[in-house]
Design a protein around this ligand. Structure first.
Ligand SMILES: NC(=O)c1ccc[n+]([C@@H]2O[C@H](COP(=O)([O-])OP(=O)(O)OC[C@H]3O[C@@H](n4cnc5c(N)ncnc54)[C@H](O)[C@@H]3O)[C@@H](O)[C@H]2O)c1
Length: 342
């Protein structure tokens, strides 16, 4: 039996608790939060303990894995302390908001010999698993072009709901928070990015960060692509990844393949049902499916058991963050940004 602790009992913590509850051999032991009463209310609803501090939670011998569900700019700070206490780590995306913080967290996990996974739950969506398999099997041929698009909508009230939202220090903008999921999927499917040219804008919200980011990217393979992320696209649309190879194209919307056409007899296939339109997280940050979080947490437990790296390790989280940071730097300087592409 693996015991879990959750740090930060806000919106996404509920998803972690629900995911843990679906996993045989996993049990939520305790939670903690800095906001008065938040942990106690969360714990009462779920039959676990509420600890008064992070130190108290980390001191519990019945906790093997800590889910880091605090604001993004605190992920490394909390994660490093948990790693030093010998706890395995499920860290929400993005890994943190700076590469220096990401490096501190990855190094702390390595030094402590604990396993770190950074949430990118859509890698476990059926359509993404299938797309990755098709690419691996060479069904699309040499990869040429990819487009990752997150046209979502968030109200000003969403940004006003917590002081950390929409700040550079703790959150980042639409790309760092919402778009990072499909940045990771783009990187996962297409390989390393070597160059980014971007523009960002803040148009529909009173926030210091961008609510729309657009980028053109070049991959190490020679393929090219685009990234679009917005929280200003009323009413919100499915997240979309299109991958085109020399032999065909696959389009994924909200984790399902909605169109595929490849091979000599290239036909079309609606895939496993039409996309769900503007439902889900397109307009509501809490409306995400528990199955993919559960699959990623199950992978972390299997990785610990088998002594292997998890499917989405710290480096993968860092790779996605590096692309996001390059988009911001290019938008700021008006120049293309080169990445190592490793
Ligand atoms: N994977 C996804 O689809 C997804 C969806 C939503 C949010 N997230 C990520 O989850 C993280 C949290 O987002 P949220 O929407 O749940 O935020 P939230 O504001 O609803 O919850 C964060 C909680 O952390 C608590 N907190 C702050 N500092 C703390 C500290 N030092 N120690 C303990 N608790 C602390 C706050 O009091 C709050 O209750 C963010 O990094 C966000 O990017 C991921």
């Amino acid at each position: 039996m693996s015991g879990f602790g959750i740090v930060g009992t806000g919106v996404i913590a509920a998803m972690h608790a629900a995911a843990i509850a679906t996993l045989p051999g996993a049990r939520l032991a305790a939670v903690t939060d800095v906001a008065g009463g938040a942990a106690a209310a969360f714990a009462a609803d779920r039959g676990c303990a509420a600890e008064p501090s992070l130190d108290a939670l980390l001191a519990r011998p019945d906790i093997d894995v800590v889910c880091v569900c605090v604001p993004s700019g605190l992920h490394a700070e909390v994660g490093v302390r948990a790693a030093r206490s010998g706890k395995h780590l499920v860290v929400e995306k993005p890994i943190d908001v700076t590469l220096a913080a990401a490096d501190r967290l990855i190094e702390a996990a390595r030094a402590a010999g604990v396993t770190l996974t950074v949430i990118s739950q859509h890698r476990f969506d059926p359509g993404l698993i299938e797309l990755k398999r098709l690419i691996g099997d060479g069904a699309l041929g040499r990869l040429l072009l990819a487009e990752a698009s997150t046209k979502w909508y968030r109200t000003q009230g969403y940004y006003d709901s917590a002081a950390w939202r929409g700040t550079w220090a703790m959150d980042g903008g639409s790309l760092m928070n919402q778009g990072v999921h499909y940045v990771d999927l783009l990187r996962w499917c297409m390989g390393p990015v070597t160059e980014v040219t971007a523009v960002c804008a803040t148009q529909a919200h009173q926030i210091e960060v961008e609510d729309t980011a657009l980028a053109i990217v070049r991959f190490g393979s020679g393929a090219v692509g685009t990234i679009l992320s917005s929280t200003a696209a009323f009413p919100g649309f499915p997240q979309r990844l299109e991958v085109t190879g020399a032999d065909g194209t696959v389009i994924v919307e909200d984790g399902r393949i909605v169109r595929r056409a490849f091979g000599p007899s290239a036909g079309t296939d609606p895939g496993a049902g039409a996309g769900p339109g503007a439902a889900g997280a397109a307009a509501d940050p809490a409306a995400i499916d528990v199955a993919s979080h559960a699959a990623q947490i199950a992978d972390l437990l299997a990785a610990v058991e088998e002594g292997r790296e998890p499917a989405v390790d710290g480096q993968a989280g860092r790779d996605a963050l590096e692309i996001v940071c390059a988009v911001y730097e290019s938008a700021r300087t008006g120049r293309p940004v080169r990445l190592t592409g490793s």
